[in-house]
Design a protein around this ligand. Sequence first.
Ligand SMILES: N[C@@H](CCC(=O)N[C@@H](CS)C(=O)NCC(=O)O)C(=O)O
Length: 380
Amino acid sequence: MKHYILWGMPASLYTAKARSYLIKRGVPFVEYGVNHPEFSERVAPAVGRFILPVVECPDGRLIQDGANIIDELDVEFGKEASAFPESGVLKAIAYLLELFGGEGLLRPAMHYRWNFDDENMAFIRNEFSSALAPVGASDEERGATFDFSSGRMRKAAVSFGVTPETFALVEQSYQEFLALFSAHLRWHPFLLGGQATIADYGFIGPLFAHLNRDPAPLRLMHQQAPAVGRWVERMNSREEKWVEHRHDPNLVSPDELPATLTALLRYIAEEYLPEIRAHVHFANEWIASRPGVLEGANGGSFKGRAIGMCAFSWRDTTIETAVMPYRFFLLQRVQDAYAAATTTEQAQLDSVLADAGLSEILSLTTTHKVARVNHLEVWV
Ligand SMILES: N[C@@H](CCC(=O)N[C@@H](CS)C(=O)NCC(=O)O)C(=O)O
């Protein structure tokens, strides 16, 4: 049988999203590290930058980006249990959860990885040096690789708003999240019911790669939110696991969302809406000040992922985070799903979002849209 190749890294957030999908959908695949010489010689040049994950299809086609990988493979493998719910209500909610999972949980993911050196250091040193230095590299080379990559990642954590002033708040808000997600998982094996959807694939990135593997947050998860740990196991397993839930592969009814899901949506309104709102406003000013230079470009540099830093109030504290057009690409999926829903579904969504304090998510739009073209986010 022809295998797909997943080019990635065990500690990588976005690789975890793609890997979980490949596992759950039974896609035959082999995982190679980005330290493989072919990645730098052939794959990275073909996708235009050093970025992971990349899926290489048996016909040689390359797909970069967790969302694109799932979108494209779902056409081929998702016929029986697609990652995308049929109901317009559930689909829009699923995209919203995808956005929050991959982008809104970056703060706890990065904090619990990079600010717990006593407990994490031996583990992350091994993770980064063995997955990024070539196989067979000397200890010196591995050490230098770790120093370089960990330096970049510590800076990245700051650019997501993780600073000594916010450590306590990040911990408090993550523990709130764990409690809400645990309460939901008490009754439902996945976010939208009996099977994994794009919502869960969005969540698994941070909740597996960082928060369920690095020693400090793994201990926290085991001690405070064991049900979340079990969800991670389900997300990385091809076999269905009906242990703590009655066997029912159906999704929840869009007519009456579980209260535990609405509670999670309310949490997202508090935790993430201020950030995405500030980023959209920042991007619109950024766009307005650059007439005519946008077509096909992503930010100031063609390969850059952020267009600048933006300050906003988060839980009564001013923080500054990097504005990444990729997030607008995910946000547009929510809005497009709403636009494609029936009138009845739109009315249902209006009421679900209003109840959660998230109505604004539908009207936060950038004046130029973001598309993914040739593996890059570009303004169109
Ligand atoms: N939206 C992208 C994000 C990919 C991404 O940021 N990947 C990180 C690893 S988790 C990366 O490639 N970093 C490489 C670098 O910063 O040099 C996706 O889902 O593929």
